[in-house]
Design a protein around this ligand. Structure first.
Ligand code: PGA
Length: 268
């Protein structure tokens, strides 16, 4: 894992936007994996700014989101489709017919929908760059602790901790879904690059578990230790429990020197 520590959350978002822009500007048909939650909102804002400044076009981009709630309609403001439209898709030139979420409408079999989603990702050529957040319990997507490290897109029951963490986004009498369809851990590991963003003190413990292990279903994000190209972008607070912080800062300086001499090279 390449661990990069920034002064603050805004710098995390700006750097993440550079990674996305590099992919989109480099590849003729980029495929990006997208995430919802509070963390990537500032990344999406950066991408919208770049688009409005004429620096970035999404016209050839295909996107696959990590997850979607089960039991609420796409039009519902709590749906992740609504989140993506509101935070990104409505403000850039992406063709919405090329934006996919693992949606499962009423009456559809979530198990079949999961397999169909996997097929769709394969048909698009696989995900080049997967954006991820991390839960305070170490989940990635909605792969909750004890999820199989070999899991594929499927229905998942949310844990009490996740429901409590997300309850801030629901008003008192609003229906809060307890089920979701999520890419599996193996689905995420298939992405060519993974870009995980984590900010804030409440992520420090799960970030440390993810990076220093053990590799365990108890911390689903630890599966990223098996991924060849994972970049972890942290603010100071999210990095605060890492014992080897100084090493990551030092290693990153060396990487920057290599980039300056030889240029960036990402094998998308
Ligand atoms: P957050 O969620 O960005 O809202 O903290 C991240 C996650 O649960 O994966």
């Amino acid at each position: 894992m390449q661990v990069i520590i920034f002064d603050n959350a805004q710098h995390v978002a700006e750097n993440a936007a550079e990674w996305v822009a590099e992919l989109i500007n480099k590849k003729s048909k980029p495929v990006i994996g997208l995430a919802t939650g509070s963390t990537p909102i500032s990344l999406y804002q950066e991408l919208v700014n770049k688009h409005k400044a004429g620096q970035l076009s999404f016209s050839n981009t295909t996107s696959f989101n990590l997850d979607e709630y089960l039991g609420i309609d796409e039009k519902n403001e709590q749906s992740y489709r609504h989140f993506m439209n509101h935070n990104l898709f409505d403000h850039v030139d992406i063709d919405k017919s090329n934006t996919f979420l693992p949606t499962c409408n009423q009456g559809e079999n979530p198990r079949k929908q999961g397999l169909a989603y996997e097929d769709k990702i394969s048909q698009a050529g696989g995900v080049d760059l997967q954006i991820l957040g991390i839960g305070a319990n170490g989940h990635i997507g909605f792969n909750e602790p004890t999820s199989s490290l070999a899991s594929r897109t499927r229905i998942k029951t949310l844990t009490q901790q996740t429901l409590e963490d997300n309850s801030r986004l629901f008003s008192e009498n609003e229906f809060q879904p307890t089920l979701a369809v999520t890419m599996g851990i193996a689905t995420i590991l298939d992405a060519r690059y993974v870009l995980l963003m984590a900010t804030g003190k409440n992520k420090a413990k799960s970030v440390n578990n993810m990076i220093t292990g053990p590799l365990s279903a108890a911390c689903p994000a630890s599966a990223l230790q098996l991924h060849e190209n994972t970049i972890v972008l942290l603010d100071q607070e999210a990095a605060s429990e890492l014992a080897d912080k100084e090493y990551y800062i030092w290693a990153n300086k060396q990487n920057q020197k290599i980039h300056q001499e030889f240029g960036l090279y990402h094998n998308y």
